[in-house]
Each structure stands twice: as structure tokens, then as C-alpha cells.
Design a protein around this ligand. Structure first.
Ligand code: GUN
Length: 296
């Protein structure tokens, strides 16, 4: 028996609160004769998961009063053509936010693509200029997933100051920026952060020190009960599709945390789905809104 009463960090609820607020502010902008924020999303190829994520982003735009343009490109499109499209969007004064859904087909360099996006429209926060500003604590577009997690911690008033946060994963999209934001001098923030990755030794012992654990490695059920300290706050970024013949879609989503076993030990935990995912979208909308406010 654990003494801890586990509570759910409901990302759907928190994201809805952010979207409701944005919706009102955008409606007010329109009354004032200003334009709605415009997000242009580029989807290359037919990756099933990417299709779902981009569709969710476009739907959230529609619900909140944003303008969105979905640009689909064939799997075998050349890098040159994609860069040309980005250049066109960079120069389009009606567009304030550009995102290129990752991953890209192997023949295209994501680095070249990210570098081609105007940093002033880089609402994904992946451009080196955005990353540099984030590291220096200069206001900029923050990468949507870590930013969404910060907004979730803020929404539920989770105390982070002085806590030991363990970040599992060192990707440019989640783990690395997450470590920067959690260690930053702000609220949420001021954590002592340890980043773990595939070469980390004594992973279990390190995880057991975590007051906060952010799991972003993409391995279903990786975080087990014996890796989590009682009372920890657990944030699950994993969204792996696993086969499920009982579902119409043929799959279900699984997080990086063994939820049933781990959750009784936690003070707070995110569900999958309905935790980090909706917050990522809310964060993207906030970035796009900010970009629009800066330009119009
Ligand atoms: N692929 C996985 N996460 C993301 C994201 O936040 N932005 C983009 N563009 N692609 C992704």
C-alpha cells in the first residue's frame, strides 16, 4: 500500500483552458479589425502518426479561430522543392507560423529544412536561433512539447523549485529543451536536472532520485514501478502505437510509463493519451498567436 493519493495531470482539460482563452482573445482581435493568426503546416509523405498529429493541429486551429493551411507534399518530393515552399511561406505576410512535421523522408535533411524557416515564424522553436535564445533565457518560441509540459506544470501549480528532475531522452524535440526549461530560472523551473540516455549507467538508481520524471524515449512501459520514488511527479511523453486488434484503428497508444503499476506511487501523473499530447498542440497555438501579435 502506498500512502500517496495519485492525481491526474489532465492535459485535455488544461489545453482546453488555454484554447478557450485564445479563442476569446482572437475573437476580440477580429472585432478590432485585426487578422486571425495563420499557421501553415507542411506534411511530407503518408506517415500515419504524422497524419494524425497534423490533423489534430489543424482541427485545434479551426476550433480556436486560427487560420490554418495544410500543405501536403509527396513522399518523394525533392529537398529543393520543399525549401522553395518554405521560402514562399517565409515571404507570405499572411502567414505568421510555419511548421514542417517531423520526421521527414530519409532523402531530406531535417537540419536544412529547419534552418530554412524564418526564425520569426518558427513556431516549433526548432531553428538554431530559437534554440540559442531559449538557452540564454531570451523570450522566443519554445518547442511545443517541452513548452506544453511547462504549461501543464503551471496549470496544476506543481512545485518545481529545488526539485530533482530526471529527463529520460536527449532528443532536440523533447529531452534536451526540457532539461533547459526545467533548469531555467523561472516558475516552473529552478530544478536540478539529470538527463539520461541510452548510455546512462545505473538508470534505475538515478530515476529513484527523481522528484519529477519526464519520460521521452519512445519505448512503451519502459518506466517501471521499481524505478519511481513514492510521491514523484511523472510526465509521460511517449505515444507509441501498439497493435490492438480490438480497436477499429488496429492500434492503441502506449506511453513510456507502465501507468497501472507506477501511478499508485505518484503524487501526479499524466495519462496517455490525454496528457502531454493536447498540451503540445496548445503550446503550438500559443506560439502562433504570439507570432501574430508581434507582427500585426
Ligand atoms: N514530430 C514530433 N513532434 C513534433 C513537433 O513538435 N513538431 C513537428 N514539426 N514535428 C514533430
Amino acid at each position: 500500500m502506498y500512502v500517496c493519493a495519485m492525481k491526474i495531470l489532465d492535459g485535455k482539460l488544461a489545453a482546453q483552458a488555454i484554447k478557450d482563452e485564445l479563442k476569446i482573445t482572437i475573437a476580440q482581435r477580429i472585432i478590432e479589425g485585426k487578422k486571425s493568426p495563420h499557421l501553415a503546416a507542411i506534411l511530407v509523405g503518408n506517415n500515419g502518426a504524422s497524419e494524425t498529429y497534423v490533423a489534430a493541429k489543424v482541427k485545434a486551429c479551426e476550433e480556436t479561430g486560427f487560420t490554418s493551411t495544410l500543405i501536403r507534399m509527396e513522399e518523394d518530393i525533392s529537398e529543393y522543392r520543399l525549401l522553395e515552399k518554405i521560402e514562399h511561406l517565409n515571404n507570405d505576410p499572411d502567414v505568421e507560423g510555419i511548421l514542417v512535421q517531423l520526421p521527414l523522408p530519409k532523402h531530406i535533411s531535417s537540419k536544412n529544412v529547419i534552418n530554412a524557416i524564418d526564425p520569426d515564424k518558427d513556431v516549433d522553436g526548432f531553428h538554431p536561433v530559437s534554440v540559442g535564445k531559449m538557452v540564454e533565457g531570451i523570450p522566443t518560441f519554445l518547442p511545443a512539447t517541452p513548452y506544453g509540459i511547462m504549461l501543464l506544470l503551471e496549470h496544476y501549480k506543481i512545485e518545481t523549485k529545488g526539485k530533482h528532475a530526471i529527463v529520460l531522452g536527449r532528443s532536440n524535440i523533447v529531452g534536451r529543451p526540457m532539461s533547459i526549461l526545467l533548469s531555467g530560472n523561472g516558475n516552473p523551473g529552478n530544478c536540478t536536472v539529470t538527463i539520461c540516455h541510452s548510455h546512462t549507467k545505473n538508470l534505475k538508481e538515478i530515476c529513484l532520485q527523481g522528484d519529477i520524471i519526464v519520460a521521452a524515449i519512445g519505448i512503451p512501459d519502459f518506466v517501471k514501478e521499481d524505478m519511481v520514488k513514492e510521491g514523484a511527479v511523472v510526465i509521460d511523453v511517449g505515444i507509441t502505437r501498439v497493435e490492438d486488434a480490438g480497436r477499429k484503428s488496429g492500434f492503441r497508444l502506449k506511453g513510456d510509463v507502465d501507468f497501472d503499476a507506477v501511478s499508485p506511487k505518484c503524487s501526479w501523473i499524466t495519462p496517455v493519451p490525454g496528457g502531454v499530447g493536447p498540451m503540445t498542440i496548445a503550446a503550438l497555438l500559443k506560439n502562433t498567436f504570439l507570432s501574430c501579435e508581434q507582427k500585426n
